[in-house]
Design a protein around this ligand. Structure first.
Ligand code: R5P
Length: 297
């Protein structure tokens, strides 16, 4: 096995290789002035099971967009195949486009299906941490190659157990129910989901789906993705109305775009994320999760 750190994920890939006692290699990724990409393997891949480790998010430092990173993986996988790799696995801490899983408006592209099709064409296996499976129920709804969905729930629960006293877990909406409930179950603490009923433009009723006293609790809002922060900011606003005072916000995937982090800090929240997306909020390491999954055949 050869663990290959792609443009966004060299640190995690090195950590996985160390944990597995397997060799590591970087991937040379160059961008030409006209934005075309040039990919080159730095170690021999012939006859080897190769693991491309790549998370997909806009990266200003490397000047690589999500779409550049998808092309990087397609180029790398196809080249590995041509060079005689035995198998090609993509280990993706964060895989994009899962939220575009239906034709919301007539004529719209169902992006995840197309992106998954491109992956199916060039990979032997794909492993993803907490894919946003909401309307889709399984990875096999889009991937035809071997696939595995991992979850950071136990790692998040462990973080909360060690760092937050008297926690209560809140999910912002029904979409987050799975994350919130599973995490609370592992910790053995209470959990509720926020429920909003809009009667008119100005009259909105906010309730928890069960009765919990929030006043003397450390409220932990858990969601899979924090992107603009809008969902979580609304949640904090609503929870304040219900008496909550102290907030920790935990996201599996901290995309944190459009100044989300400073907005959340301003709202009084401590923001914690896993390192599926590199950033200053990373406090939970997912490398062991991927390493364990790769140990299994
Ligand atoms: C929605 O389905 C997801 O679970 C997240 O709640 C959502 O993607 C967060 O996005 P934002 O931070 O932009 O509100």
């Amino acid at each position: 096995m050869l663990i290959i750190g792609c443009s966004n994920s060299t640190k995690i890939a090195k950590s996985i290789a160390r944990r597995l006692g397997k060799p590591y290699s970087g991937l040379s990724v160059k961008k030409f002035p006209d934005s075309e990409l040039n990919i080159r393997f730095m170690k021999k891949v012939k006859g080897r099971d190769i693991v491309l480790v790549q998370s997909f998010y806009d990266n200003k430092k490397t000047d690589m967009s999500i779409n550049d990173q998808l092309i990087e993986i397609i180029f790398a996988a196809r080249t590995a195949e041509r060079l005689g790799a035995r198998s090609i696995t993509l280990a993706a801490p964060y895989f994009p486009y899962f939220r575009q899983d239906k034709e919301f408006h007539h004529g719209e592209c169902v992006s995840i299906k197309i992106v998954a099709h491109l992956m199916n064409e060039c990979l032997s296996r794909i492993i993803v941490i907490d894919p946003h499976l909401h309307r889709l129920k399984s990875m096999y709804d889009v991937f035809t190659v071997r696939s595995k969905r991992l979850t950071a729930d136990p790692l998040i629960a462990d973080y909360i157990k060690k760092n937050v006293k008297n926690a209560v877990i809140i999910g912002p909406d029904w979409e987050s129910y799975r994350w919130a409930e599973k995490t609370a179950e592992i910790i053995g603490c209470e959990c509720a989901i926020l429920h909003k009923t809009r009667y008119s433009a100005r009259k909105v009723d906010v309730r928890l789906n069960k009765k919990i006293d929030l006043k003397n609790k450390s409220v932990v809002v858990v969601d899979d993705i924090i992107s603009t922060g809008h969902t979580v900011l609304e949640t904090i606003k609503d929870l304040k109305k219900l008496g909550a005072k102290k907030f920790t916000v935990i996201g599996v995937h901290g995309l944190l775009v459009e100044g989300a982090l400073s907005k959340l800090k301003k709202a009084g929240a401590k923001v914690i994320t896993t390192n599926t997306i590199a950033g200053t909020t990373n406090k939970i390491d997912i490398a062991p999760l991927l390493a364990d999954a790769l140990k299994k055949k």
